[in-house]
Design a protein around this ligand. Structure first.
Ligand code: NAP
Length: 296
């Protein structure tokens, strides 16, 4: 008999991730705060929906969660209406939300008192990675808990790694975001420079993407950046949340993050341009707005 699982949070990421679990023949019950999205999911995939998070999780062996930020996770998981009250002992909660490492530790401690396991499991690979079942998943938790959830995570991932105890997945995700921040700004500067220099920016990318400058962002984002399309992908508001976690953690462990801090301030400017929900590649829109000012 296939495992019974629940998936809570059918956003840009969660919707296709839950879809992959259904395709791999898990018995999936989904819950989404906005019910219409769960109804749409059930029309597209085989599975059930529940109208409350607690109803979705009560029989599940594994509960997957992918909501927005720390506050959202607290709201869904903790407290009297939280799913920890409804999950059965022996089940495991896998949180794919990118959160602080301290929240992961707090939830794991509360879950353990109820005999429930916990794995923090933030993801990388973006909307395309989720839709193609090709995410990278960075996990924190005990080895027995991880062993119980690893194969189900591979339904939507090309790489799944246990990084250490609870919180380690979130710390690894912070490294991921630190590495991306400066890189996206570099790509935005390169494309802006190419156009201002009178080059064909598409042709520039065609050649340099075969050399040392190649990156996921270059491959997957240059076309939409050059077209000025940002209504997709990984929202600036989520990137700023993630960079705040990294900047806070860096204060705790004594790391210098000068470029990360600078790029975070650029994202604040993108938000001021109306780009709260734009993809993170919208750093180019910020640069272009400065070009305009300079040209006037
Ligand atoms: N998008 C990416 O490329 C990407 C990549 C890697 C990691 N992540 C991380 O993955 C997480 C989800 O990102 P996303 O892009 O999928 O976000 P999203 O499209 O904004 O979706 C968020 C989901 O969480 C639900 N939600 C939010 N707050 C809630 C609450 N308080 N109670 C119940 N449900 C709540 C939303 O429900 P409604 O439909 O009702 O609003 C929606 O289903 C974030 O932590 C993000 O940082 C995203």
């Amino acid at each position: 008999m296939a495992k019974k699982v629940a998936f809570l949070g059918l956003g840009v990421m969660g919707y296709p991730m839950a879809g992959w679990l259904s395709r791999k023949d898990y018995r999936v019950t989904v819950y989404n705060r906005t019910t219409a999205t769960a109804e749409r999911w059930c029309e597209e995939y085989s599975g059930d929906m529940a109208v409350t998070a607690c109803a979705a999780v009560q029989d599940a062996e594994i509960v997957f969660l992918c909501v927005g930020n720390d506050q959202d996770v607290e709201e869904v998981v903790l407290g009297e209406q939280g799913i920890l009250e409804a999950m059965k002992p022996g089940s495991i909660l896998v949180d794919h939300t990118t959160t602080s490492a301290s929240l992961a530790k707090q939830i794991a401690a509360e879950a353990n008192t109820k005999g429930i396991g916990f794995v923090d499991a933030p993801v990388s690979g973006g909307q395309q990675g989720a839709e193609n079942g090709q995410l990278t998943v960075m996990c924190g938790g005990s080895e027995p808990d991880f062993a119980q959830v690893e194969s189900s995570i591979t339904s939507f991932a090309k790489a799944v790694q246990l990084m250490g105890p609870v919180g380690s997945g979130q710390l690894c995700k912070m490294v991921n975001q630190i590495c991306i921040a400066g890189l996206v700004q570099g790509l935005a500067e390169g494309l802006n420079f190419a156009e201002n220099a009178g080059l064909d920016a598409h042709q520039v990318i065609e050649v340099i993407s075969k050399g040392a400058a190649q990156s996921w962002q270059m491959e997957n984002r240059h076309k939409t950046m050059l077209a000025g399309e940002y209504e997709h992908g990984f929202a600036v508001q989520w990137m700023r949340k993630d960079l705040a976690f990294a900047l806070q953690e860096a204060e705790n462990n004594g790391s210098l993050l000068p470029v990360t801090r600078l790029v975070d301030s650029y994202y604040a400017e993108v938000q001021a341009l109306g780009g709260n929900r734009w993809d993170t590649s919208s750093l180019l829109a910020r640069l272009k707005s400065k070009n305009d000012i300079k040209g006037r």
